[in-house]
Design a protein around this ligand. Sequence first.
Ligand SMILES: Cc1cc2nc3c(=O)[nH]c(=O)nc-3n(C[C@H](O)[C@H](O)[C@H](O)COP(=O)(O)O)c2cc1C
Length: 362
Amino acid sequence: MISPFDPLTFPCGVRMKNRFLLGPLTNTQSHADGTISEEEFNWLVLRAKGNFGMILTCASHVQANGQGFRGQLGIFDEHHKEGLSKLASSIQSHDSLALVQLYHGGMRADPTLIKGSPVAPSNVERKGARGMTLQEVHTLRDDFVKAAVRAQRCGFDGVQLHGAHGYLIAQFISEKFNQRTDAYGKSFANRSRLLFEIIEGIRSVCGDEFILGVRLSPEKFGMQLREVKMICQKIDNAGIVDWIDLSLWDSFKYPEEEEHKEKSFLQHFADLNFKNTVISVAGKIRTARDVQDILDSKIDAVSIGTGAILHHDFPMRIKRDSNFESVSLPVTAGHLEGEGVSENFIQYLSLRDGFVKTKNHT
Ligand SMILES: Cc1cc2nc3c(=O)[nH]c(=O)nc-3n(C[C@H](O)[C@H](O)[C@H](O)COP(=O)(O)O)c2cc1C
């Protein structure tokens, strides 16, 4: 039986001290120009002190027009480097791995924060998004690679490509949102081309000792489980990605698509029998029992979101108490402040139903 405190070595050779990853969490604490603020720095470093084996930043845009949230961390320009370098070394000083999640919002970029209209694989009228030219697709691919190089120069141990939740990489993969007729549209091979070109670009420039991860989500936003499994298989066969992080909304969930309902997502992915790739899952992992159940299902690591907002030391609590359960939602703003969550982030969390206690809660 694998313990969550067993170390894990990624195919690139980098070792993680345990199986707990801090999931990427948008926290709206960065400065308007995308540089990291003291609040965001403190929020992440406190989780490294709390014994997470890996700390991922929030989704960080690789082009200025990819910004989806106010106060989002940027990695599209050299002026982001100073703060990011300090972040990487501080996280690593607590024996935790430091990674940046690379992203572009595409049609989900916020038009009030970017210049011009949002971009997408093809026009999406309802979102006011315009289809990208072929030249823009090539520039986007190159900017993902440049952002990975920037992260490496800042001292990060690796990057994760955000291919989940309906953002630009996922929009390209999706049959629903990608109506292109060139080499990046129509067939599955063409729709997944952008992702694989970014992967190959990063691996060839950043070398073999840099952790390269991909985050995928199996349903919603026009994704089909069958195709997400095909991408996983293709990644595993290629053997150049270290790790796939599956964002499952609820790790114990069963698929909504009729043809796949016979088994849970965990089972669907575990049955792929990955040979070259580490697998982690995210979604409602709140107790010591949940963590162990996931590791017992042939999954290598757990990616913690809400549990890590609620408890900066989620891994340590599990170490101390094998029956540990996170506090239940909603929680008070005072509880969150005690866990190093700034007022700004608390306000963002308050937009989520049932996260932060209001006067209406008894
Ligand atoms: C406040 C908040 C911000 C999030 N931001 C991101 C993000 O930047 N990138 C991403 O891939 N997922 C993001 N997610 C999804 C989480 O990483 C995670 O997959 C999801 O919350 C399910 O895990 P949980 O139940 O442990 O929270 C966010 C979730 C929350 C609650």
